[in-house]
Design a protein around this ligand. Sequence first.
Ligand code: FES
Ligand code: FES
Length: 157
Amino acid sequence: MAVCIKVNGEERSFDGDVVTPLLDVLRNSFFLTGAKDVCREGFCGACMVHVDGVAVISCLTPVGLVDAKSVLTIEGLGDEGDLVPLQRALEEGDAVQCGMCFPGIVMSLTNLLAQQPLATRDDIKRGLCGNVCRCTGYERIVDAALTLARNERHADV
Ligand code: FES
Ligand code: FES
């Protein structure tokens, strides 16, 4: 039975074992390599994507569980010439180091800021607790997200 998924707004199907990790389907069958294959144990968050608007660890999600659902990957956000505000804030804040953790971090922060546009520093830190940055550049990442949340706060006044 084929698994049908809307990926970044496009209908895709996967005809294979339903227990195949979503991460592998995205990377190997759909050639969307933004979600990173790092620990494969649910520990690092580098493979984070959204399923029906909820951030999930794609290395531990069997593709059968996302049948008929919508998946958003980092490729579905902005790209080089057209970054979304969060990506721009991270770039302007010089927050990207090797970039291995970044797709997951951007997906986690996108989820957090959608739910809590006025997030505080503590909210942002909590929102990143499932993402490991081996380059340890957390402060600049948190600062960039906080800048966005503060701008939102001022826009509200
Ligand atoms: S690769 Fe999925 S959590 Fe690390
Ligand atoms: S920027 Fe290198 S792992 Fe996070």
